[in-house]
Design a protein around this ligand. Sequence first.
Ligand code: ISL
Length: 545
Amino acid sequence: MNKRWWKEAVVYQVYWRSFFDTDGDGYGDIRGVIEKLDYIKKLGVDVIWLNPVYESPDKDNGYDISDYQSVMDKAGSMDDWENLLNEVHRRDMKLIMDLVVNHTSDQHPWFQESRSSKENPKRDWYIWKDPSAEGGPPNNWRSYFTPSTWEYDEKTGQYYFHSFAVEQPDLNWRNPEVREAIFDMMKFWLDKGIDGFRMDVINLLAKLEGFPDAEQPEKINYLGNNPGIHAYLQEMNEKVLRHYDIMTVGEIPFVTPEDGLKYVGEDRDELHTLFHFEVADDMPTWDMLRFKEIQKTWYEGMYGKGWNSQFLNNHDHTRQVTRYGNDGEYREKSAKLLATMIHTLPGTPYIFQGEEIGMTGVDFDSIEDYHDIAMKNKYEEEVGKGRDPQKVLEELKPLSRDNSRTPVQWDNTKHAGFTDGEPWIPVNPNYKEINVEQALEDPTSIFYYYQKLISLRKENDVMVYGNYEDLSEGDERLYMYTRSLDGVTWLVVLNHSDEAHDLELPEESKGAQLMIGNYGDTEKTVRELETTLQPHEARIYEYTN
Ligand code: ISL
């Protein structure tokens, strides 16, 4: 298998607006990221993924861009950003930027021109359609954030298309001028020396020919993976990507392992890696059997042919220890177990800021404390149907994107040390117990466990390139698998439950050495194959064949 730096890397995601505020406006900023770079570096990660910092009216926290080539005031200035890049590089880390090119903000000058008249040269830069024969939207599609993908524009009597909010019109990628403008913009950032892109919903660029009505409009999968997408990505690769030593990771909802390979196959010249959403979007709560099946099919589909990513949370998904683990009695063990799993399954692991101290989701009392446009729109829609607002709120809370967007908890002082001002979103009230300062003082903390896992990845190719075999198919609580490479085998054993469980280790593991574990008193060498795993216990053993 080809060795590549981005396969060996660990990526740390910085959602800057909730990271660290240096100017007291209640929003994190680029200077705040710079100030905390030594902290990030201490973890041992190689790459930082920075969420969008571009000029934006901020309806969708920066994913509605009104100028791709400038930095929004809340985040700082272009000078700050240049400093960030330098400081990241000075610490031997890399910086990848968010690339949001499926849509722009409705305030982007391109869209302002496009909507100004049917004859405007930029009319065709977006997707405009006449009302349907009966009047009303051109088809029955739902968008991610609203009941229809179509918004009527009085001025010209046509509808424009938006996969997300009304304020996020989709670009028309069929238009070669659009593609050229985007490719130029990508070169602008690459020429500044960035190390790659995380590509927002990149499989949505090609739209389904003819925009036919959907049989199940609520499924929204018709928005992605449509014919024509690979031609766009190949053109992007040919004209831009291949000329730089970078990493690209495509955000690709609705993708199966088979289709995944079309985006990241090593013989395809499109992208390097992808995020699929079979876990984060399609597995609302932990389901061990389903998770194992997903790992197996992706491994079988991709191993040796393309590269995957591993993550359980990001700025769109509830924090992993809350959603998929135990954020109560076993929070610390559970956070370490999930980390062990993500860092030993095949693919590049991602850490979302705060995950390394086991931050948890939130439960705010009022809809006013929530900011997520996806949640707010859904709330309005449901309440609009006459439903009980409190019920709707309770229903939406567990998967609200704000669960992961509360400020990083730095210490136990006011607002968790995140800001001197009023934070844009409330701090999780548990910051007195869960914070960075406390984590750094405790050698057994989740933070240092991550640090150790990351350093193991640097020293052991098997963790990156090894093949994968599940030895625990059918078990709903225990997960046991191996990664093997050149005669070295790593055996990972995980008890993803609140009870202790007996387990028989495989014969070959007699004499195996413990590499890391989340209980302090585990024997360093396997003498007996019969063993008992404590609640949320995780161990990695190594043996040679
Ligand atoms: O958030 C989700 C489910 O709760 C995801 O389905 C998410 O909306 C989807 O993966 C696309 O997300 C990306 O594009 C959006 C932006 O709001 C998200 O923050 C971004 O990660 C539109 O640009």
